[in-house]
Structures are given as structure tokens and as C-alpha cells.
Design a protein around this ligand. Structure first.
Ligand SMILES: NC(=O)c1ccc[n+]([C@@H]2O[C@H](COP(=O)([O-])OP(=O)(O)OC[C@H]3O[C@@H](n4cnc5c(N)ncnc54)[C@H](OP(=O)(O)O)[C@@H]3O)[C@@H](O)[C@H]2O)c1
Length: 318
């Protein structure tokens, strides 16, 4: 990349990038790539150990990468983090709203508290962060907000109600905001990855453990088992790495005229294309057949065997 691309709106100093959830998984890979491309990067997260490990890595590689303590579910923490970036480096040029969690449960069983938790991070996290960087972007007539959605922001599968609900909300919010801020020279971009191996699945197993504990007593035992198997298979077979995803984010940041959405992984591209081509009825049928949910719930395996299989799968994810 030419220096002028990286510094195009900052009068010669490297652009400042703030990445929420930048201490692990996709955010960490993006933080490292941006720093190695010469951006001034702030990777933010809650976990002090992860922050220390990333800082050490950055020091060893001589990267312009610093970390920050940030919990995107707290107003106070969000204000403190943005103020700290501004104090150390000036206004944020690129905000990557990446921090995210996943809770897997059927909608009848998920608690409202867990749904709130899901939305508090994946939706309100970005809603909380973005207005804290927009005034300075508006003043400079430039800036980028990158919102980390998912293929689950375009389609919704059994057990994905909480997660997909949050990502669909994020997509709708981004669509509105993209047009609201465009007149000020600010761009809002959605990134839509499919399955990529990171720690999100282990975290999801923990966050969803109360629903996985006794699924055999749930009328949805078959759905729990099928979806867990599907997720495990797709994560294991995904050829896309966090570094591949980071390169797509970088492309979205550098593009003079970025698209509204960038999908990551071939599977995400195919799923989004199918969603566009097929009717709701065809899409439901195809999904349910793939998950083995197109049979009567009573026909599907004994409760004990389903429970044993689920326990095995959950153990394997930890
Ligand atoms: N991996 C995939 O297959 C995939 C697919 C589609 C979309 N995505 C999306 O990509 C994003 C990153 O996912 P990932 O797979 O990289 O997950 P990950 O490996 O679990 O990393 C998530 C990051 O978010 C941080 N985080 C979680 N809650 C936070 C909070 N309240 N405040 C601040 N930071 C918080 C975590 O750090 P701390 O725990 O230290 O705070 C961690 O750095 C998420 O939005 C996810 O929905 C992932």
C-alpha cells in the first residue's frame, strides 16, 4: 500500500484504527494486519491476559499496536477507551465494531436475560461506540465504521435466533446509518463472515451451557444435536483463516468507494446467494433437510442417545 492511502485524511500521520474485541480471533488478526501495514492500531478487549500477550507480540514484531481495556457493554468504559485513543493518537479514523458473542438456544427456551446479553454486546456495543467517534469524523469529513456482522445477519437457522437476531439488527442499523453519515464523507461497511475457527465457539459453548445441559428433556433435542454437529463440521472444514478475514476488512478500509457489505468465506457467499434466489419455503425446506429436521420430532432417536451425543459434542468444543 502507498503511504498516501494510509494517511490520506490525516495530513501525513498514520491513520488511527480502533478495533473492539481486538485481542482475540478475527479482531486480533485484523489488529496485527493493520499494524503491519503501518496503521496506528488500538486493539481493545476486557481480558488483561489477552491484552498483555498481544502487546508482547506487538513489541517483538515492532508493530505500532497498543491495547486498551474496553467493555462495549458499558457507557463509561466506551467513553474512557475513545478518550484514551484520542489522548494518545488523536481522533479515530477507522472504528471496527468487532466485539461479539454467540448464544445458541431455541427461541422458546432462551431467557430474556440471555437475549439481552446477546444484543448488549453485538448490537448496543456498536451503537454505543460509533457516536463517540462520529463527531470528530464529521469535523474532518472522513472516517470509516466497519461493523462485523455475519452470514447469520442475512439468514437465520434453528438455534441461531439470538445470534442471528442480533446480527440482523446490526445490518439494519448499518444500512440506515450508512446513508445518514454519507453526506459527511463517512462510510459504514458491513463484513459478513461464514464459519472461521476462532475462540467464539468455545465461548458460545459456555454461554449456552444451560441450554445444552439437559437437551434430552427438551422437545428440541434433535435440533440441538443437529445444529451442534453442523457447526462443528463447518468450523472444522472451513478453509478461511482469521488472516483472510482481516484482508477483507483492510480492503473495505482502503477502497475509495467501499461496498455496503463484504462477505468472507465461500460458504457465506453461497448461502447469501441462495437466500436471494430461493423463496422462504424452499430455503426452510433445504435447511431443515440438511439438519435432519424434516421428520416428525418423535421419530428422531431416543432422548438418552441424543443427550449422550450432545454431551460428547459439547465436551469436544471446550
Ligand atoms: N468466527 C466466526 O466464525 C465468525 C463468523 C461470523 C461473524 N463473526 C463475528 O466476528 C466477530 C469476532 O468474532 P471472533 O470469532 O473473532 O470471536 P472471538 O475469538 O471470541 O473474539 C471475540 C473478541 O471480542 C471480545 N469481546 C467479547 N465481549 C466483549 C465486550 N463486552 N467488550 C469488549 N470486547 C469483547 C473478546 O475479548 P475479551 O473476552 O477479552 O473481552 C475477543 O477479543 C464477532 O462479532 C462475531 O460475531 C465471527
Amino acid at each position: 500500500m502507498s503511504d498516501s492511502t494510509m494517511t490520506n485524511s490525516t495530513g501525513g500521520k498514520p491513520e488511527t484504527v480502533l478495533i473492539t474485541g481486538g485481542t482475540d480471533g478475527l479482531g486480533r488478526a485484523a489488529a496485527i494486519l493493520f499494524a503491519s501495514e503501518g496503521y496506528r492500531v488500538f486493539a481493545a478487549g476486557r481480558n488483561a491476559e489477552k491484552r498483555a500477550a498481544l502487546e508482547q507480540f506487538a513489541e517483538e514484531k515492532s508493530l505500532t499496536l497498543e491495547t486498551l481495556d474496553l467493555d462495549v457493554t458499558s457507557d463509561e468504559s466506551a467513553s474512557r477507551a475513545v478518550a484514551e485513543v484520542e489522548r494518545r493518537a488523536g481522533p479515530v479514523d477507522v472504528l471496527v465494531n468487532n466485539a461479539g458473542i454467540a448464544i445458541a438456544a431455541v427461541m422458546e427456551e432462551v431467557s430474556v436475560d440471555d437475549l439481552r446479553k446477546q444484543f448488549e454486546t453485538n448490537v448496543f456495543g456498536g451503537v454505543r461506540m460509533t457516536p463517540r467517534v462520529l463527531p470528530a469524523m464529521r469535523e474532518r469529513r472522513s472516517g470509516r465504521i466497519i461493523n462485523m456482522s455475519s452470514v447469520a445477519g442475512r439468514v437465520s437457522n434453528p438455534l441461531f435466533g439470538p445470534y442471528s437476531g442480533s446480527k440482523h439488527a446490526l445490518e439494519a442499523i448499518s444500512d440506515a446509518q450508512r446513508m445518514e453519515v454519507a453526506p459527511f464523507g463517512i462510510r459504514v461497511v458491513l463484513i459478513e463472515p461464514g464459519f472461521i475457527a476462532t475462540t467464539i465457539n468455545r465461548a458460545a459453548a459456555e454461554l449456552s451451557s444451560r441450554y445444552m445441559k439437559n437437551p434430552a428433556t427438551s422437545p428440541y433435542a434433535r435440533a440441538y444435536l443437529s445444529v451442534l454437529k453442523m457447526v462443528q463440521k463447518r468450523v472444522a472444514s472451513s478453509k478461511t483463516t482469521p488472516e483472510d478475514c482481516a484482508r477483507v476488512i483492510l480492503r473495505a478500509v482502503r477502497a475509495p468507494n467501499p461496498r455496503a457489505r463484504y462477505s468472507v468465506t465461500r460458504e457465506a457467499q453461497i448461502t447469501i446467494a441462495l437466500r436471494w434466489l430461493l423463496s422462504d419455503r424452499r430455503m426452510d425446506k433445504m435447511t431443515m433437510r440438511a439438519l435432519g429436521l424434516d421428520r416428525d420430532a418423535d421419530e428422531a432417536g431416543s432422548a438418552q442417545s441424543v443427550q449422550a451425543e450432545i454431551e460428547q459434542l459439547v465436551r469436544a468444543r471446550r
